[in-house]
Design a protein. Structure first.
Lengths: 206, 236
C-alpha cells in the first residue's frame, strides 16, 4: 500500500472516531439528563381521587402513556413489586393532556401496567391528579406511608428510558422493609408531562 | 543412503515447508477476506436493524401532547451510519488487511452498546456482545478478540468511573466492579481463543499435507519424465 493511501485511511479513521465520539456524547447527554423533579407534596393530596391504602404504604407512579421511557419505568415497577410482595399498594396514573380524546392513554404501557400485581391503573384527563401530586416528569414515583406522609419522591430507572438497578428502587425497598434509607429522593428520567404541577397547593394533607 | 540422498531429502523438506507456507498464507487470506465480506453484510444489516428498532421502540419524544422525532431515531441513522460505513468501506476496498478487521472489531462492540441503548437496556440485547465475539472469532485472530474485549472493558471502566449508576445502578460501586463484567467476556474469550488456535493448526496441517502431495507428485512426475527420456534414448 502506498504512503498516500495509508494517510487517507488514517484521516478517515480519525474522522470516524470523531463522529463516534460526538454521537456518543449526544447520547450520553440525553440519557443522563434528568427531568424536572416533582413539586414537594409532604402529605397525600386531600383532593386526590386516588385511594390511599391505610394498611400499608402506597406508591404512585405518574406516567406519560406514549413516552418510550415509561416502558423502562414500568419494567422497574414490576421488579419492585416482585421484591416487595404485597407490602406496598401501587397506583399508576396515566396522564392524558387536555384536548386529547378519551382512550388516547390506552397504549401498550397501559396494558403492561395492568398486568403488574398489586397495581391499579388510572387515567388522568387533563393531568389533574399529576398536578395534585406535583409530578412534572413521566416516571415520577411518590411513596406515601400509612399515615399519608411522603416517604420518597424520585425515579426508579438508572438513566433515561433504561432498565436496570437504580438508587431510587433501593431506597424504596429499604424504606418499605426497614423504614430507613440513605436518601428520600432520586433523579427522575422521562418525558415532560406538561402539567401545571408547580402551581398546585403544596403540603395540603389528606 | 549416501550424501546425495541426504541432500535430496533436505531439499525436498525445504521445498515442502516453503510450499506449505505459501499455501497457508493463501488460505489465511481467503478466510480473512471471506469474513470481511460477511461483516460487510452484517454492518449494513445492523444499521437497518438499529433504525427499525428505534422507529418501533422509541419513535417519538413527548412533552405533554407535543411530539417530536425521538433522538434515538437520529442516533440510529447517523451514529449507526458512522459505525457501519467506515468498516464497510474498509471491507470493500481493503479486504484481508489487518486494520480492516481491527476496525470491524471496534465497530461491532460499539454496535452492541448502541443497540443496548436503543432497546432501553433490555437484558436480551446484551447477548449481542457475546454473539459478536463468537462472530469475530471467525477471523481466527486473537488480536481481534483482544481489541473487541478491550472495547467492552474500557466502556465499563469509563462509565463506571464517570457515571456508575448507568452501568451498575448504584452511585459508589467497588472500583473493581468492571472486572466482574469483564470476567464473563474473558470466559467466552478462553473458548474462542482455543477454537482460533485449533483452527489455525488445522489450516497449517492442511497446507502441509497439500504441499507434501504437490512436491511428491512433482518429484514422481520428474522421475517418470527422466525414465521416459532414458527409454526413448535407449530405443533410438
Amino acid at each position: 500500500m502506498q504512503t498516500r493511501e495509508r494517510w487517507l485511511w488514517a484521516i478517515l479513521g480519525a474522522l470516524w472516531l470523531a463522529a463516534i465520539g460526538a454521537g456518543a456524547r449526544v447520547l450520553w447527554s440525553y440519557q443522563s439528563t434528568p427531568g424536572e423533579h416533582a413539586a414537594e407534596r409532604r402529605l397525600w393530596p386531600a383532593a386526590s381521587r386516588l385511594p390511599r391504602d391505610p394498611a400499608r404504604p402506597t406508591l404512585v407512579l405518574v406516567a406519560h402513556p406514549h413516552c418510550a421511557c415509561t416502558r423502562a419505568s414500568l419494567a422497574e415497577l414490576a421488579g419492585l413489586m416482585r421484591r416487595l410482595r404485597g407490602r406496598v399498594a401501587a397506583r399508576v396514573v396515566f396522564v392524558r393532556p387536555a384536548g386529547l380524546p378519551a382512550g388516547w392513554e390506552r397504549t401498550d404501557t397501559w396494558r403492561t401496567a395492568q398486568g403488574i400485581p398489586e397495581v391499579t391503573v388510572w387515567a388522568d384527563p387533563g393531568g389533574v391528579e399529576a398536578a395534585r401530586f406535583g409530578a412534572r416528569t413521566s416516571g415520577q414515583v411518590l411513596l406515601y406511608g400509612q399515615d399519608g406522609r411522603l416517604l420518597f419522591s424520585g425515579g426508579i430507572t438508572p438513566i433515561r428510558g433504561h432498565v436496570g438497578d437504580s438508587a431510587g428502587q433501593e431506597r424504596i425497598v429499604s424504606l418499605v422493609t426497614t423504614g430507613r434509607a440513605d436518601a428520600a429522593t432520586s433523579k427522575v428520567f422521562g418525558c415532560a408531562l406538561g402539567t401545571a404541577a408547580g402551581r398546585g397547593p403544596e403540603g395540603k394533607g389528606a | 543412503m549416501n550424501v546425495l540422498d541426504l541432500d535430496d531429502g533436505a531439499a525436498r523438506a525445504l521445498q515442502i515447508a516453503e510450499r506449505a507456507r505459501a499455501l497457508y498464507a493463501e488460505q489465511r487470506q481467503r478466510v480473512l477476506r471471506r469474513v470481511d465480506r460477511m461483516f460487510f453484510g452484517l454492518m449494513g444489516g445492523q444499521w437497518v436493524f438499529g433504525i427499525v428498532v428505534a422507529l418501533l421502540y422509541s419513535p417519538y419524544a413527548w412533552e405533554g401532547k407535543q411530539q417530536a422525532i425521538h433522538l434515538h431515531v437520529y442516533l440510529a441513522v447517523f451514529l449507526g451510519g458512522a459505525l457501519s460505513l467506515f468498516p464497510m468501506l474498509l471491507a470493500w476496498r481493503r479486504p484481508g488487511w489487518v486494520v480492516t478487521r481491527q476496525v470491524i472489531a471496534v465497530s461491532q462492540m460499539l454496535w452492541s452498546a448502541l443497540l443496548i441503548h436503543l432497546t432501553g437496556g433490555r437484558i436480551e440485547t446484551h447477548f449481542h456482545v457475546f454473539g459478536s465475539l463468537a462472530f469475530l472469532a471467525f477471523y481466527l485472530d486473537w488480536r481481534v478478540l483482544g481489541t473487541a474485549s478491550a472495547v467492552v472493558l474500557v466502556d465499563h471502566l469509563a462509565r463506571g468511573l464517570l457515571w456508575p449508576e448507568s452501568v451498575y445502578g448504584i452511585a459508589n460501586p467497588e472500583w473493581w466492579r468492571f472486572l466482574e463484567h469483564g470476567f464473563w467476556v474473558a470466559f467466552e474469550d478462553v473458548f474462542l481463543l482455543i477454537a482460533c488456535r485449533n483452527g489455525i493448526q488445522d489450516m497449517w496441517r492442511g497446507a502441509r499435507r497439500q504441499a507434501e502431495v504437490e512436491v511428491l507428485r512433482e518429484s514422481d512426475e520428474l522421475k517418470t519424465f527422466a525414465l521416459e527420456m532414458a527409454l526413448a534414448e535407449a530405443r533410438s
